[in-house]
Design a protein around this ligand. Structure first.
Ligand code: SF4
Length: 350
């Protein structure tokens, strides 16, 4: 199958900003940056971020030398902030341990922060043409169909990985990896695979059995739990807003937030939640409506309590005042941008 897929790739490969032109070797920094950004999001969503990062930090050394806050700020909106922190750590590790050059083996790549099995294989194959098989969702789908593997995901992952590795050729493994991804993205698509134009149609077991669109099967997901919390929008008389930096570890670690109560399935009554406010302004106003945000493992609903405090009120420990018109300079995650918009709308509508 490999020769047919490679011949198809030579004619139909996608043009992507991080992809080397035919015959050229990809830059490992470009491959790594794009692969980290692309995890769990789309090419369209990543494009502008990728170009911005590269314009600002043209080499891995430039990224390593950047302040973490600048990197988090530039990442804001892509989600999964642990990834941005690991991105920065990884850039520093490449500079410190490898003299600013990415190592070319899967094993050495795996030892770097934030690089898992998939990313190590993708960099080894695409940037260094090593025989490695990165298996993303697209490749899982293609392989499940080619061999009509009907074990549901995620249990099928290992089986699909082994089958994909068997297909990988000795020659041009990097192009083969990208060809498999492209085939999954453009021909062997989730709902309506275009088997009529597929270079692998002959020999595809799912197509022969007429079950292509039903594969890969998946174990039904449990519904996301809902968590509740309260965000505290505290404005000083001179127009500054109270913000806080979240602890480094955990969800949205290191990002700036509008202070909030713990996010829990039992969010508790408002007076109890208000006890978590960084200061007691002596009078809260509950803004109408809720701020809703969907994280990977839960959905969040935040009530926003607003209050004004006199000019000169000091910021309690761990918090700081920021003029409203300078909020954009801070690395606010998407959920907190929603809180800010909600609070400003509440203020304007008050
Ligand atoms: Fe996918 Fe159809 Fe090609 Fe099989 S023949 S790999 S199902 S597009």
């Amino acid at each position: 199958m490999a020769p047919r897929l490679l011949a198809w790739y030579d004619r139909h490969r996608r043009t992507l900003p991080w992809r080397a032109l035919p015959g050229q070797r990809a830059d490992p920094y470009h491959v790594w940056l794009s692969e980290i950004m692309l995890q769990q999001t789309t090419v369209a969503a990543v494009d502008a971020y990728y170009r911005r990062f590269l314009a600002r930090w043209p080499t891995v050394g430039d990224l390593a030398a950047a302040p973490l806050d600048d990197v988090l700020h530039a990442w804001a909106g892509l989600g999964y902030y642990a990834r941005a922190r690991n991105l920065h750590k990884c850039a520093q590790a490449v500079v410190e341990r490898h003299d600013g050059r990415f190592p070319d083996s899967e094993a050495a790549l795996l030892a770097l922060p934030g690089i898992g099995t998939y990313t190590a294989a993708a960099i080894a194959a695409i940037a260094f043409d090593r025989k490695a098989t990165p298996v993303d969702g697209n490749v899982e789908r293609v392989v499940a169909r080619l061999f009509a593997i009907d074990t549901p995901l995620p249990a099928a992952k290992q089986e699909l990985r082994i089958a994909a590795a068997r297909l990988t050729p000795e020659g041009r493994p990097g192009d083969f990896a990208q060809a498999s991804m492209d085939l999954g993205a453009t021909v062997c698509t989730p709902r309506s695979p275009l088997c009529m134009v597929c270079p692998l149609a002959e020999g595809c077991a799912a197509r022969a059995a007429g079950i292509a669109a039903a594969l890969p099967r998946r174990t039904a997901k449990a519904a996301r739990p809902r968590r509740l919390g309260v965000a505290f929008w505290i404005v000083r008389a001179d127009g500054a807003v109270l913000l806080r930096r979240r602890v480094e570890k955990g969800l949205l670690g290191g990002m700036t937030e509008v202070p909030s109560s713990p996010w829990q399935e039992d969010g508790g009554a408002l007076p109890e939640a208000a006890a978590h406010a960084p200061l007691d302004p002596g009078g809260w106003r509950s803004l109408p409506g809720l701020v809703r945000h969907v994280f990977t493992h839960f959905e969040l609903e935040l009530t926003v309590l607003a209050a004004e405090v006199p000019a000169g009120t000091p910021a309690p420990g761990g918090t700081f005042w920021v003029p409203i018109d300078r909020l954009v300079e801070h690395a606010l995650p998407s959920v907190m941008k929603k809180v800010v918009r909600h609070a400003l709308a509440g203020r304007d509508g008050a």
